[in-house]
Design a protein around this ligand. Sequence first.
Ligand code: CMX
Length: 454
Amino acid sequence: MALRRAATPLLRTQTRAASSTDLKEVVAAQIPGKIAEIKEFRKNHGGDSLGNVTVDMAYGGMRGIKAMVWETSVLDADEGIRFRGKTIPECQDLLPSAIEGGEPLPEALFWLLVTGEVPTAEQTQALTNEWNQRAGLPSHVAEMLDNLPKDVHPMAQFSAAVTLMNSQSKFAKAYAQGVNKATYWEYVYEDCMDCIANLPSIAGKIFNNLYGKHGHLPATDSGLDWSANYCNMIGFNDPKFIELMRLYFTIHTDHEGGNVSAHTSHLVGSALSDPYLSLSAALNGLAGPLHGLANQEVLVWLTQLIADLGSNEVSDEKLRDFIWNSLQGGRVVPGYGHAVLRKTDPRYTCQREFALKHLPDDKLFKLVSQLYKIVPDILLEQGKAKNPWPNVDAHSGVLLQHYNMTQMEYYTVLFGVSRALGCFSQMIWSRAVGLPLERPKSMSTEGLKKFLKV
Ligand code: CMX
């Protein structure tokens, strides 16, 4: 029966595409079915309510309002992130890796995010090859980075470089030529792939310009995967560091759509700004200390702690005093708390497992582990944070420090390289199913009072 149905042209294309190593062909085959699914769903349930919006939600940063569609991942408050239904441990089990039993390749996670399907090793390799082929930093972007003063924050450099890449946008050119809106996704896809291909070079150039002995950037090596290429460009060739980067670039990709960076890319993309402009906007949001910059803040805070207490081996009592002083000074404990999560972030847990496996005796790791036992109780006692548990940013820096990437102000760039994969996988679908301009209704306090007849 199923075979008989597979004889229709659409299903024939879908069947052929499922085994294809060409990501674009696989997505193209999925798009008509998704459009039909959404049309049917909206026809039958378009008027159904998703819940009430309260005055507190409007003033409280729109927490919990179900008001946007994001296909690629979903965040559960207790369980953490699922990428297309798969938890991080499941992804570690299922996704192709570069070495036997190693960490997943971000290429494989991108394939999963875009298609909802676990790629084969051949499909993953095809994506690696394609990104390597597409790499080639435009000279004006390289020159701009070379000419920036050294005190421009790496995230500002990153965002500026991605903005300048917009000169290459195939979507912007196609739009200017008036192409049919049904084909937008194809040009957006091209831009997303071109941009991803160049992220190792952009991030590598920023690193080498700021911290390298010389600004030289090795060319993309067609024999290396995306993460290994990045490591090669900055001269970090320890195989364990390369594995760490594969894990890092995998777990930071996507965290459903409402977080600042993902939502920003979605909002800006909805104006049909091209993927470069949308991503650079997202990077500017990621650069905030309550979001991605928290990975820098954690290391700054730990460094201060060690300086103040004179050692990274200190008693629980001294740590408690330091944390209370931080809180009483009106500062947050960076790396702890979350707007959605209510348990330890599984992205924290998998980094902790990496540390237990590869650097169990690292002194900074031991300090981070000690804090894991102490900070939640203090935050609970303080009684403000809704989630006292650590998030992804509490652990990433200590791993980077171990492998001698000590430049903490650079850390958020790595988060951004990875986050691009999540933003772009959804952006391809947003244009494919024709999501419209985002334009929520805002109200003044006076308008709210009138509306509620207060
Ligand atoms: N330390 C001290 N206070 C904290 C806290 C923390 N780690 N987390 C939350 N709080 C405080 C908030 O500042 C807020 O205080 P006020 O009522 O005085 O404004 C109160 O607890 C309630 O906040 P919440 O509802 O629990 O948390 P939010 O959804 O408002 O904010 C987050 C979430 C992540 C910004 C917050 O927990 C925080 O500032 N954490 C530290 C920064 C951090 O690690 N950010 C990275 C998050 C992950 C990421 O995006 O990369």
